[in-house]
Design a protein around this ligand. Structure first.
Ligand SMILES: Cc1ncc(COP(=O)(O)O)c(C=O)c1O
Length: 412
């Protein structure tokens, strides 16, 4: 079902934070890659959880049973959202970074000195640091090169993976540049040498339907606060994959999936919010079951967001002194995230000036520090990033463009 500007306008009414103003003008939230806004249904679901079943799980009294039921339902919702085999595949955690450290640590314990792990220069540090830390155990970490074009070296994958590779950790798309990676190729090459495929879908999941089973990944990570939910990290595991890992856990902890990597008490109310966020998205699509509705909704949203991003890409490229980074604006090569530099102002000065006008965009490295180093923009404060979400409008993009044009024409 297409998702149109009218649908977007209707959705805006569902997000309380979008009613805020700054100096008399509505705030334009264009920093979805840093964290999206939440619909009121998510807030209500969390409040309802606290108001009804804020008790320990696994108990034999009614509110505890209700908490268990809702948490299981949340796993079912996330499984539908990610195209996972089932709720047993879905583990929750504090955030993606914490889950990725736990995963890398557990996998690291199964490796021997000389084994190799492959990461990329395009990735967020959350999908680099946990793997780089394995070097302390004698694991060799190889990096696929990022090219000036903002895409990974196409020969890098084949050239870096070999018979000693045990893990390929790669992002589905870049939170800094929007680049979409060739995961099908990553799957083929990692499968050919029997390496685990770990996919960071934090930036991808808010913008495209994810199909964990079609992807053939062993593990996929994402974060609900990027797709209209609260701050909760998600690990999706291929059936059987998590059980094989010596995760760090208490002897009292359930050793089966999905609990095997979930240490301590989870943020139950926030997980209920994750369920509500997915229900909200499903409500924007059509289909016979939740998965079909989610795929339909995310496909429509992807097209809408891509239209706005392409409009911005084209207009911003034409401004004097602006350089746009990353691949051309083709839907298969980009998420709706566009990063630029201005020749006459550093990125933080641009973001500050725009912020004063109520236009919220982020500047810097976005924790994708290697990207900033490779592109040689660190000395200019990194990049200015605009991220488009389902609630963003053409008017907001025009406001951003107007602000940028004024800055481009002003001296540095
Ligand atoms: C691509 C990507 N990976 C990983 C992360 C880290 O996620 P979290 O904040 O849940 O640890 C982010 C956060 O911005 C991200 O954009």
């Amino acid at each position: 079902m297409p998702f149109t500007a009218k649908d977007s306008a209707r959705c805006r009414a569902d997000f309380p934070s979008l009613r805020q103003t700054h100096l008399g003008r509505p705030l334009a939230f264009l920093d979805g890659p840093g964290g999206s806004q939440v619909p009121a249904t998510v807030l209500r679901a969390m409040e309802n959880f606290y108001g009804t079943c804020n008790v320990n799980t696994g108990g034999n009294y009614p509110p505890s049973r209700e908490a268990d039921r809702r948490l299981w339902e949340a796993r079912q919702s996330v499984a539908a959202f990610l195209g996972a085999a089932g709720p047993e595949s879905i583990s929750f955690g504090q955030n993606m970074t914490t889950l990725c450290f736990a995963l890398a640590n557990a996998i690291g314990r199964t490796l021997s000195a000389g084994d190799e792990v492959v990461i990329t220069e395009l990735d967020h540090e959350a999908n680099r640091g946990p793997w780089l830390a394995l070097r302390e155990r004698g694991i060799v970490v190889r990096e696929i090169r990022l090219l000036e074009t903002g895409e990974l070296d196409p020969n890098g994958l084949a050239g870096t993976i070999n018979e000693r590779t045990r893990v390929l950790a790669i992002g589905a798309s870049s939170n800094a540049l929007g680049t979409v990676n060739d995961l099908e190729r990553a799957r083929r090459l990692s499968a050919a040498v029997g390496a685990l495929l770990i996919v960071d879908a934090v930036h991808y999941a808010p913008h495209r339907p994810v199909d964990m089973q079609a992807l053939g990944a062993d593990f996929l990570l994402c974060s609900a606060y990027k797709f209209y939910g609260p701050h909760v990290g998600i690990l999706c595991s291929r059936p059987g994959a998590l059980e094989r890992l010596p995760t760090e856990r208490l002897c009292t902890q359930n050793p089966s999936a999905p609990y095997r990597i979930e240490t301590g008490t989870l943020n139950h109310a926030a997980i209920e919010g994750v369920r509500a966020a997915i229900e909200y998205l499903a409500g924007l699509g059509r289909g016979a079951d939740p998965r079909a509705r989610l795929v339909d909704a995310m496909s429509g949203i992807a097209e809408y967001e891509h239209g706005l991003a392409s409009y911005y890409h084209e207009r911003v490229s034409a401004l004097p002194g602006v350089r746009v980074y990353g691949p051309p604006p083709e839907a298969s090569r980009r998420t709706p995230t566009v990063s630029v530099t201005l020749s006459n102002h550093d990125a933080d000065a641009v973001a500050t000036a725009l912020g004063e006008q109520g236009v919220c965009v982020w500047d810097g490295s976005f924790y994708a520090i290697r990207v900033i180093e490779v592109l040689g923009v660190a000395a200019r404060g990194g990049l200015l990033r605009t991220g488009i979400s389902l609630y963003n409008t053409r008017e907001e993009i025009d406001r951003l463009l107007m602000g940028l044009e004024t800055l481009c024409r002003a001296g540095g």
